[in-house]
Design a protein around this ligand. Structure first.
Ligand SMILES: Nc1ncnc2c1ncn2[C@@H]1O[C@H](COP(=O)(O)OP(=O)(O)O)[C@@H](O)[C@H]1O
Ligand SMILES: [Mg+2]
Length: 450
């Protein structure tokens, strides 16, 4: 039994007893008991009222709108509660509006592509957004509370921070930022936000735009134009030079004339190879290539390659060996795959010494089909490996100056592999040889004929 029930029982008991005494004996004892009973019951009543008010206030704090539903108590305790409730309702509405503004701000701040840093007027960081953490690779907890020029360890940013607070004008700068071994190009815009009425605090606002990709693409485009012009000019110059030499009298010396004509013809070959590769590459890059998928049999593929390269293989006394655990058939675009393999075998031939062997291997596993072109040639230095798929990139032109090439072959290879939903990888050891592997997805494999 609870204490309250006990008191209630006692109070009611006292009342009843008081009544009984009143009937049986008259007034003395009865009055006392009635008084005690009344006191206890009143005590409970006051406690009850207090509890209801407290509960109402509690409910109102949590959600003032529920008060309306408890109209009975509203009426009962109106004078006491209505003021309190009105106050709470107003507070609730204001804080609701504030929360909405705050959450809208947070949504924008957190989802901006640009990194944002807000600092106090002494450049101490007050807040950073997730884009800042991502772009500069600095976690918020390391940044907030520290000075911007110290958190971002880059002299140019240090100077920018100093300048914006000194001049109090908008400062904009593009700068290099080294992080995790790579250099990013950042465009930083810094401003000081002064309160409009001149009172209150001013803040430093720093926006970080990551320009790395855009600048990279611009560089690629510029390099491309420069490269194409250069690659065209070299053979053109030699064609013109030797043609002039011929017309200036070299024609009368048949021996000399033949050698000049040979050079002219080689240069013309080089030009046409370049134009062909460029056209091929632009066709692949245009995204308008329609895949013509059909079953391709490995043996037939390697036979065709061997035929195509028969002369050159013979000239260098080289062999193209096939190495398939078991021949298989798979679905792909025959002419695109042929284009890739011709480029790879061409490289293997060009960059290998006479008498060496080129291996064409193929395996399948759960991940798909791997086709390898392996040579025992000069190999590629490790640090050059990531670059050999770039357009026009040729490893140190001086190491094989006589080897003709445009530097476009492997970028064609990479494009085609993307089109075929596959990829290309390379393994190479300097002076030992190179293996280029084509990875094609598993679904292209056909079951063996039963
Ligand atoms: N099998 C290979 N062995 C050695 N070096 C290679 C091999 N394949 C490619 N390379 C290097 O990669 C560069 C790029 O190849 P590629 O794009 O086919 O251009 P290209 O053959 O016209 O020079 C080549 O210039 C060469 O330096
Ligand atoms: Mg090549």
């Amino acid at each position: 039994m609870s204490f309250r029930a006990f008191v209630l029982l006692l109070g009611v008991g006292a009342f009843v007893a008081g009544g009984v005494f009143m009937v049986l004996e008259g007034h003395g004892m009865a009055r006392l008991l009635l008084f005690v009973g009344l006191f206890l019951v009143l005590h409970l009543l006051v406690r009850l009222v207090y509890r209801i008010v407290a509960r109402q206030a509690d409910a109102a704090l949590k959600n003032p709108l529920t008060i309306a539903a408890q109209g009975f108590f509203d009426d009962l305790f109106d004078p006491m509660l209505s003021g309190l409730i009105r106050l709470l309702k107003e507070k609730h509405e204001t804080s609701g509006r504030l929360a909405e503004v705050a959450s809208r701000f947070e949504g924008v701040f957190d989802n901006m592509v640009e990194g944002v840093v807000v600092t106090a007027s002494n450049s101490q960081i007050l807040m950073v957004n997730p884009a800042f953490e991502r772009i500069l690779a600095i976690p918020a907890k390391e940044a907030v509370g520290n000075r911007l020029g110290i958190v971002v360890r880059e002299t140019a940013i240090h100077q920018l921070v100093e300048e914006v607070f000194r001049t109090k004008t908008r400062v904009m700068r593009e700068l290099g930022y080294r992080s995790r071994g790579a250099t990013k190009v950042l465009n930083v815009v810094a401003t000081i936000s002064e309160p409009r009425d001149g009172s209150g605090k001013s803040y430093g606002i720093f926006l970080f735009y990551d320009m790395t990709t855009i600048r990279g693409l611009e560089r690629v485009r510029k390099d491309f134009v420069a490269n194409v012009s250069h690659e065209i000019r070299t053979p053109l110059t030699s064609i013109r030079g030797y043609a002039e030499a011929l017309s200036d009298g070299a024609l009368s010396d048949p021996e000399l004339a033949r050698s000049f004509l040979g050079i002219i013809s080689t240069s013309a070959d080089r030009l046409s190879r370049l134009v062909n590769d460029l056209l091929e590459l632009s066709r692949l890059e245009s995204g308008t290539v329609d895949l013509r998928l059909a079953p391709v049999e490995l043996g037939a593929l390697s036979d065709r390659l061997r035929q195509e390269f028969a002369d050159r293989l013979a000239k260098k006394e080289m062999r193209l060996d096939t190495d398939f655990a078991r021949p298989f058939t798979f679905v792909t675009d025959d002419s695109l795959l042929q284009l890739v393999l011709v480029n790879l075998v061409d490289n293997a031939l060009k960059y290998s010494p006479p008498g060496s062997k080129v291996r064409l291997g193929a395996t399948t596993d759960a991940t798909g089909i791997q086709i390898e072109v392996e040579d025992r040639g000069m190999g590629i230095p490790e640090e050059e490996l990531p670059r050999i798929f770039e357009r026009f990139y040729r490893v140190d032109r001086s190491r094989s100056p006589a080897v003709p090439g445009t530097g476009l072959g492997l970028s064609i290879v990479r494009h085609v592999m993307t089109l075929l939903s596959g990829r290309v990888s390379v393994k190479s050891a300097l002076g030992q040889g190179t293996t280029i592997t084509l990875h094609l997805p598993a679904p292209s494999l056909l079951p063996p004929p039963s």
